[in-house]
Design a protein around this ligand. Structure first.
Ligand code: NCD
Ligand code: ZN
Ligand code: ZN
Length: 358
């Protein structure tokens, strides 16, 4: 059964950059890379330059990505320290969700006070979900807010045994939470840091083998909902500098890494596909467009090499890894957008999956 068809693959956690960070990546380059990686849609984070924290800045970003995207997309709005909750009513219908940064990472959107986090939870009254960067014990604080406000919340890039245990308990309690895990935390650990150098630096940081085992166990036990790449391109020079930027690219390596894991017997094929498509659609309450799917040859094995990647950054922390699962075709809304070698859609072909009617 080598050829499979995955309907509506979506990566809900990408940093497409562009705007003042076009030297790192652009909407064109990264949506093209996403298609080559098998995705039909990607959701872009608000920690751009400038960050997406006002209706005006959102408007500018919407206009730009609408002209540029090769695949379908969604944009997050960013909660800001300077209290931008007054903008929420105006922007909610056009975004895929609200992003709250609760621990330090790339960009300047950190919300470190509990009172301010609560202000944002209280003000976000739409049914679009809240996505949180919350590491370690910060998760407890966010869960208190989910318990109080009952706002569906997606916990991004969960990376440790402690975090997974906290969230498994929250699910048992019936809280409306979903859990995302990234390939770099599944396939790399702190043991790889010496050989990876700057390429092994991202937030949350690489953890122990024990943490990694806990993530795989949680996948097998259906606790993890979504595999997200946290595609965060930085230039080679930025990653090889004295103080490398945090973040690694991932839209082109996520599917083949997961297909390799299926081949190695680490999880069932259907489970892998669901975490890349159906579970994202469910968490964000969207239906995939008809005739929107990815054809994958799960038997085709290859080695990840930088010269074969489409992302503008031109490197991967997984270079040299043997994986399987070649993307043969990608179709979006009845149009063939990838033929296994070339991206066929034009810039601007992509639709906003949120607020089409607006
Ligand atoms: C991300 C980035 O570079 O924008 N970096 C990262 O290390 N993951 C930000 C983030 O997801 O926290
Ligand atoms: Zn993050
Ligand atoms: Zn991220």
């Amino acid at each position: 059964m080598p050829i499979i068809r995955i309907p509506g693959m979506i990566d809900p956690h990408t940093h497409l950059r562009d705007l003042d960070w076009a030297h790192k990546a652009t909407f064109q380059s990264e949506t093209s890379a996403a298609i080559a990686g098998g995705y039909t849609a990607v959701f872009d984070m608000p920690n751009t330059a400038p960050s997406t924290t006002s209706a005006t800045l959102l408007e500018e970003k919407l206009a730009r990505i609408d002209q540029a995207a090769h695949c379908d997309w969604g944009l997050y709005f960013g909660a800001s320290q300077a209290d931008n909750t007054g903008e929420y009513e105006d922007i909610a219908a056009r975004v895929c969700g609200l992003k709250i940064y609760n621990n330090a990472t790339t960009g300047d959107l950190l919300i470190s006070s509990r009172a301010m986090r609560e202000r944002h939870y209280r003000a976000w009254k739409t049914n679009r979900l809240i996505a949180v960067h919350a590491e370690g014990e910060t998760i407890i604080n966010i869960l208190d807010l989910v318990r109080k406000y009952r706002q569906p919340t997606h916990f991004l890039h969960i990376s440790s045994q402690r975090e997974i245990n906290l969230l498994a308990a929250a699910k048992n309690e019936g809280l409306p939470v979903s859990i995302g895990v990234c390939p770099h935390h599944l396939f790399l650990s702190e043991d790889d840091l010496p050989s990876l150098g700057g390429f092994g630096l991202m937030k949350p940081e690489l953890k122990t083998k024990n943490d990694q085992r806990a993530l795989w166990r949680a996948i097998r036990q259906d606790v993890v909902d979504i595999i997200e790449s946290d595609h965060a391109p930085h230039t080679l020079a930025e990653k090889q500098s004295e103080s490398p930027a945090y973040g690694v690219p991932g839209v082109e390596t996520t599917l083949p890494l997961m297909m390799q894991a299926v081949k190695d017997g680490r999880l069932p094929l259907q489970r892998a596909c669901d975490m890349l498509s159906l579970n994202v659609q469910r968490a964000w309450r969207i239906k995939p467009f008809p005739k929107t799917y990815t054809i994958v040859d799960t038997d085709a094995s290859f080695i990840i090499e930088r010269q074969n990647l489409h992302s503008q950054c031109g490197w991967s922390p997984f270079e040299g890894a043997r994986v399987c699962g070649r993307v043969r075709e990608v179709w979006i809304r009845g149009h063939k957008v990838y033929d296994g070698e070339r991206v066929l859609s034009r810039p601007g072909f992509g639709h906003n999956l949120f607020g089409l009617a607006a």
